[in-house]
Design a protein around this ligand. Sequence first.
Ligand SMILES: Cc1cc2nc3c(=O)[nH]c(=O)nc-3n(C[C@H](O)[C@H](O)[C@H](O)COP(=O)(O)O)c2cc1C
Ligand code: SF4
Ligand code: SF4
Length: 320
Amino acid sequence: MDNRRCFLKKSAVIAAVTAFPVLPSCITLNTIEAQVPLKSKEIKNAAVLWYSQSGNTEKCGKVLVKTFEKKGIKVIYGDLRDSDASMVPTVDLIVIGSPVFYYDTPDFVKDFIQSLPDISGIPVAAYVTFGGPEGNQHNAGCSMLEILVKKNGVPVGLESFMSISSYSLSFKENDAEIKTMQKPVLPDQNTYKKVREYAGFILSQVEKGSTSKFKRTLTLREFSTYFGPEWWTKLTVDNHHIIEQNCVGCNACVEKCPTDSIDLDSFSVNTDSCVLCFGCINNCQYQAVNMESNNKKLIGFHEYMEKNNLKFVLPNELKT
Ligand SMILES: Cc1cc2nc3c(=O)[nH]c(=O)nc-3n(C[C@H](O)[C@H](O)[C@H](O)COP(=O)(O)O)c2cc1C
Ligand code: SF4
Ligand code: SF4
């Protein structure tokens, strides 16, 4: 098993090195810009939809919602996986948020945007939350806007908000040090202030009839997305299954899993279809998801926060 793993790792590295010289030619650097005129300068209804695995993108999304609502705008909002895509073209503004996973917007978020009907002339904005300064966050946002523009949305904004990293491969049980965590924990009140400013910017763009243009930046991180980093990272994770004795059958992992890879009847995970998003381990409150790396057990994001006494910062408008 170890030999096969070694072989696969070596093959992945050789493939990466071989493919590197031809990569720039397959990366499109088209300008992302409006293809149709803006439908209206008035916003009465908006949709703010996000995917959020550990809450960062959701909190920022809710701040956008509250800021729009204060301006008298009626907003439909929530997890894009629960939303009715056919409702989206009826609004005057669409904002979509996503975390950055493996230097890009995850495929299931792109698939949702792809599933939208034509949104001709509706202003569209994107935001991402990301865990590290080199997270390729601008390009991840471009990935969303690119599809929205193909649906005839008119781009008016793209923003990224640094947040605490939920990348569970960095969290090992019994690791004493906080390696990747920031202090203070982000998003914080400063981040939420920027989110409110972003909401204001989006509205002023539409009111003025201004649109925005974006271009991907050429970075090594962008190149690496062409290798499907989640697939080779998977080679470093072992023993991914559900621990029967700990599992209470709450279904949280199944609901979060974007690829239906978890079978609670057999307490197994289909590691072929799994995209290593860590949604299961990050959302199980019972330590019932087993994942290991280098013979060390991984722990979920919330458990890691608790163990290290790190606290989320709530935006003022969400405090009860
Ligand atoms: C599977 C996975 C991959 C990630 N990859 C990146 C990345 O490439 N770049 C980055 O800056 N952050 C990365 N992160 C960190 C998340 O983007 C960050 O924590 C984000 O705010 C999580 O949003 P959420 O709380 O709404 O799920 C990753 C997190 C996970 C779980
Ligand atoms: S989230 Fe945890 S406890 Fe709940 S069903 Fe999944 S593995 Fe079991
Ligand atoms: S099984 Fe894989 S794809 Fe599904 S939530 Fe867990 S890590 Fe993500």
